[in-house]
Design a protein. Structure first.
Length: 377
């Protein structure tokens, strides 16, 4: 007798909230034509409203990962092949199978329909099961539970940048574009939130006096963060960076124009990634990398090169949690008089006292205030 399959009740995407077209739009204005100007010039025909849809999935499993509770659809592992997503281009995901070959894959409609706050269903770094379709194509049938997820907020939804990494290289530049410590702090909060080991990499140090960077480097080093001073053009620090990446799964992220692609070219000369200059007028970088891509390293391990960004909004971090992700504020939080102290205006406040006494860097505290208030970097 065949074993009875498990059944899982899963939430699907909600229908869009839209209005129903009104019949006889002019009925209310026949007697009073003075109000015709207030009438909407058009209305759209709509569906049935914002209804939560549920569906029973036979054979599915319930699991948890870095994003919470997830549904794993049933698959035939005798037919499907396991692989890793190298990059996503539009509706096509390039998946490298365990034998080293790649397939151009579409995503199963069921995965797109499952209720999710994520902007993209499949991202670089995902471990997936693919059902082959022809010699070089396939359908992604299931996404395995994720770990080491780096995310930000985009259009009020979760934008997953990369998955399944154990460290993140936060790349900044000493100049062109100028160094933005608050943006570094946002990345650090995200890394702390995701329990991913962060490493600060300051590129283009050949453009400034290294002594000017020492106060900033000193603050982060005292907090236990590893800081590398690099120059992709001069080759400074590249050997140390290569050793740091060996046999590790690393996300490479940072502001546009800081030289992430140049660093990768210095690490792996055969890559020949395209690079662009920074605008002299705005000091903003131009987007060279447009999609996250998993790149194997000849020395072992891989990096995921992510597109540069100009603003970084935190995902799934509420104001009350921010202080807990600042290593320098954390020891003082429990000593505040009020349990719900925000460390912004309350008196007395152990955090503010520590700032006044020089135990917490003033700039770091100002960065905390900006992030707590929800200001953009």
């Amino acid at each position: 007798m065949a074993k009875k399959k498990h059944k899982v009740r899963a939430d699907f995407r909600k229908n869009r909230t839209v209005r129903t077209r009104q019949k006889d739009l002019t009925r209310n204005f026949v007697a009073d034509d003075a109000t015709v100007e207030d009438l909407d010039t058009h209305q759209s025909v709509t569906g049935k409203g914002d209804l939560t849809r549920k569906r029973t999935l036979a054979g599915a499993e319930i699991s948890t990962d870095a994003s919470g509770t997830i549904v794993l659809p049933e698959i035939d592992k005798n037919v499907c092949r396991r692989g890793r997503v190298l990059r996503v281009q539009g509706l096509v995901s390039v998946v490298q199978q365990e034998d080293g070959t790649t397939r151009q894959c579409a995503t199963r409609r069921l995965l797109k329909s499952l209720s999710t706050d994520q902007r993209h269903v499949v991202v670089a770094g995902d471990i997936v099961w693919v059902r082959p379709e022809g010699a070089q194509e396939g359908i992604i049938e299931r996404i395995e539970p994720r770990r080491g997820v780096l995310s930000r907020t985009s259009r009020q939804r979760q934008h997953v940048l990369v998955t399944n990494v154990d460290q993140v290289l936060i790349v900044a530049s000493a100049a062109e574009p100028r160094l933005k410590p608050n943006l570094l702090d946002r990345y650090l909060v995200t890394a702390e939130r995701a329990a991913i080991e962060p490493v600060l990499c300051i590129n283009k140090v050949d453009l400034v006096d290294p002594a000017d960077l020492q106060p900033l480097v000193g603050v982060y080093s005292q907090l236990g963060y590893r800081v590398l001073l690099l120059s992709a053009t001069k080759g400074w620090g590249i050997r140390s960076l290569r050793n740091l990446l060996r046999d590790r799964e690393t996300a490479l992220t940072g502001q546009s124009g800081v030289g992430k692609s140049s660093l990768l070219n210095a690490l792996e000369p055969g890559l020949e990634l395209r690079v662009q200059s920074v605008s002299n007028e705005t000091e903003k970088g131009r987007h060279t990398t447009t999609t996250a891509e998993l790149i194997p390293l000849s020395s072992g391990g891989y990096v995921v090169d992510t597109p540069g960004i100009r603003q970084f909004q935190l995902w799934d971090v509420i104001p009350a949690e921010v202080a807990g992700f600042f290593r320098d504020l954390r020891p003082y939080v429990s000593h505040c008089r009020y349990p719900d102290c925000t460390h912004t205006h309350e008196e007395p406040c152990a955090v503010k006292d520590a700032v006044a006494d020089g135990y917490i860097d003033v700039r770091r505290y100002e960065s905390y205030l900006q992030i707590h208030a929800g200001d953009e970097a």
